[in-house]
Design a protein around this ligand. Structure first.
Ligand code: 13P
Ligand code: SF4
Length: 352
């Protein structure tokens, strides 16, 4: 059974296009860039800070994280790494929910972000008051929310999951005959429902980046590259997912790029991921899955406008000034911690 609630729609004209965001980012010469990287490393050290970055942020931030003892990964692993690292300051390069998750798990640490403007359409499309009203309609359902949500929404949930653990958590709940209320990504929810057969009600949110991948364009591309494997993130539309050889979180897709025998890979997720894919699978060819429909234009063109707001310049600025600290109200944090910690504990049990 699938119940549907209309989410608050974000008017697309209120979301900056990725091209607009990128046009505002400073450009450095090679020497300036080298100097800025060295300066950022010194600042990180001076501040006892570690940089935790998502695969979708710019190459220089991914490189800085790797070269300075920080970490680049998917949203589950970012949370895990930040939680286990001894640094007293976590600098989270990604979008707001990633910084909030770090704070929920680490109240004693200072959590900074290069920008506080980096939202996520899934988080924006699931306001806590409307979500609470939705949950009230299904008191006998287990509430499972994607990590791409606010701390308030996590506080109402029984479980927080990311795309790398969602299938396992829902299967686990199914084994206990539980019904599931899922929010906010409708495509990921539908995918989980199809794979597990779980009884789920779905909030109807979506990711503005993955929503742009097009079935027809992808089909055409596959016919032009018959030997290519197709890797797709499950925030994509159902018909796009159906064309995929591998569906999974960003880490799953990167590992597939390395492990599959195919020399060509068509990739249906944010193109920030190509940096790591090229590193881990040198010599392979990566092709972007198409986003523009016939005669149409794309707004994100497979790169998240909010992820693109993170740069070396604003990372340096927050380390210099201590600006952009993430705070989560304590009463909400304690509730959100329950559902978030549950995910980390469950993930750890899976690997033991
Ligand atoms: P992952 O958990 O797969 O890194 O995805 C996070 C995200 O925002 C994808 O759009
Ligand atoms: Fe949110 Fe989509 Fe951006 Fe990921 S890519 S942060 S889901 S808007």
């Amino acid at each position: 059974m699938t119940a549907i609630l209309n989410p608050k729609i974000i008017p697309l004209n209120e979301v900056p296009t990725t091209a607009e965001v990128c046009a505002t980012q400073p450009h450095y010469s090679a020497t300036e860039h080298q100097d800025r990287m060295a300066y950022a490393k010194r600042l990180l050290k001076q501040q006892d800070a570690v940089l935790v970055a998502h695969y979708y942020v710019s190459e220089d931030l991914q490189q800085l994280a790797e070269e300075s003892g920080g970490y680049v990964s998917d949203s589950l692993d970012m949370a895990r790494f930040g939680h286990e690292h001894p640094a007293t300051t976590l600098v989270v390069a990604g979008v707001r929910f990633m910084g909030e998750t770090a704070k929920i798990l680490n109240p004693e640490k200072r959590v900074l972000m290069p920008t506080l403007q980096a939202e996520c359409s899934l988080d924006l499309g699931c306001p806590a008051d409307e979500f609470n009203a939705f949950c009230d309609q299904y008191p006998d359902h287990e509430i499972v929310v994607y990590s791409n949500t606010s701390a308030e929404v996590k506080a109402r949930a029984d479980w927080v999951v990311t795309s790398s653990i969602a299938l396992k958590v829902v299967s686990h709940l199914m084994d206990q005959d539980k019904k599931v209320l899922w929010a906010p990504d409708k495509h990921l929810g539908r995918y989980i429902q199809r794979v597990t057969g779980a009884d789920m009600v779905l909030w109807q949110g979506s990711c503005i980046v993955h929503d742009e991948f097009k079935f027809r364009g992808l089909k055409q591309l596959i016919s032009m590259h018959p030997d290519a494997a197709v890797l797709v993130h499950p925030e994509s539309p159902e018909e796009v997912i159906e064309l995929a050889d591998v569906v999974g979180s960003t880490t799953t897709l990167i590992n597939a790029a390395r492990d599959l025998p195919n020399k060509e890979l068509i990739v249906g997720t944010d193109k920030g991921i190509f940096y790591k894919m090229q590193q881990i699978a040198p010599g392979k060819t990566f092709i972007e899955a198409p986003t523009g429909g016939e005669g149409a234009t794309c707004r994100s063109c497979a790169h998240c406008p909010w992820m693109a707001m993170n740069g070396l310049h604003n990372l340096i600025q927050v380390l210099e000034t201590g600006e952009n600290e993430i705070h989560v109200e304590e009463a909400i944090r304690i509730k959100a911690l329950r559902s978030t910690q549950r995910m980390l504990d469950f993930a750890r049990q899976q690997t033991e």
